[in-house]
Write a protein that binds this ligand. Structure first.
Ligand SMILES: C[S@@+](CC[C@H](N)C(=O)[O-])C[C@H]1O[C@@H](n2cnc3c(N)ncnc32)[C@H](O)[C@@H]1O
Length: 251
């Protein structure tokens, strides 16, 4: 089999010319079929996919290409309406400054803007951000979109009344990032997180997986308003899976 670097380059090359995919899982299945069709064995294909998923969080060019592809798909395999968890959380809150990290097509950002929040949406996918900006325009609401990685985005200090991270392949529960998030919340500011879940030690973890216990520890300084660690339907895959929902407030 190829070296890890070659595996990555081949994947990027495929993403640049791939037919439309509808979810990241669909992309993985399609690429596995391509590898098998090119004569690689099952073991080699599985190895390549492990290398790819391990590398994705470090190389945002992969996410950008993958999500540009699937956001351009005429038949999205993911939810395009606002997260019910977010809708419930903000229902009785006074709008303020909101930050949607890894905002995708802006389903949450545009909902917040419609409610009167002043929203900043950050994502590496320019196609996702363009769709978000178009939706905001259609709804006649303001939306600030910033193309870039969450890793290098300056979250600021006491800057946000609400931070949203839904299905964001970023290390939400890692202590450094969690500290930055907490510092950037204003007093009474709310953090809303929803994603796939698995224990840190589980095999086959996806970059969007959060360890629910780690999440609680990372945000121990916040007051938890809502916590679920359940098996159910996520907004990004048709198969039931373990997921975590978390809402916490800075005092
Ligand atoms: C599964 S989608 C979730 C999108 C949106 N939050 C939602 O729930 O509809 C993941 C998003 O993360 C973005 N992304 C991945 N890595 C990123 C990073 N390091 N910084 C900013 N955006 C990132 C992708 O472009 C994609 O839009």
């Amino acid at each position: 089999m190829w070296s890890d670097d070659r595996i990555w380059q081949e994947w990027i090359g495929w993403l640049e010319r791939a037919p439309h995919v509808v979810t990241p899982a669909h992309a993985a299945r399609a690429y596995r079929a391509v590898l098998l069709g090119a004569g690689h064995t099952d073991l080699e294909a599985d190895h390549a996919l492990r290398v790819i998923w391990r590398t994705m969080p470090e190389r945002t060019d992969g996410w950008r290409l993958l999500f540009n592809n699937l956001y351009a798909s005429p038949t999205p395999g993911f939810s395009t309406v606002a997260s019910p968890l977010l809708v419930t959380t903000v229902a009785a809150r006074v709008p303020g400054a909101a930050l949607d990290l890894a905002s995708g097509q802006g389903r949450n950002a545009v909902h917040l803007a419609q409610l009167g929040w002043s929203v900043t949406a950050v994502d590496v996918s320019e196609v996702g951000l363009e769709i978000a900006a178009e939706r905001a325009l259609d709804m006649s609401v303001a939306l600030e979109t910033i193309r870039g990685s969450v890793a290098s985005f300056d979250l600021g200090s006491r800057a946000w009344d609400l931070i949203v991270l839904t299905y964001a392949p970023v290390p939400v529960a890692e202590s450094d990032f969690a500290r930055r998030l907490v510092r950037s919340l204003r007093p009474d500011g709310v953090l809303v997180v929803e994603s796939f879940a698995s224990d840190r030690t589980a095999s086959g973890r996806r970059p969007v997986d959060i360890d629910p216990a780690e999440l609680r520890t990372a945000f121990a300084d916040l007051t938890v308003e809502h916590f679920e660690d359940v098996v159910g339907l996520t907004e990004w895959d048709p198969e039931p899976t373990r997921l975590v929902r978390f809402v916490a407030v800075r005092s």
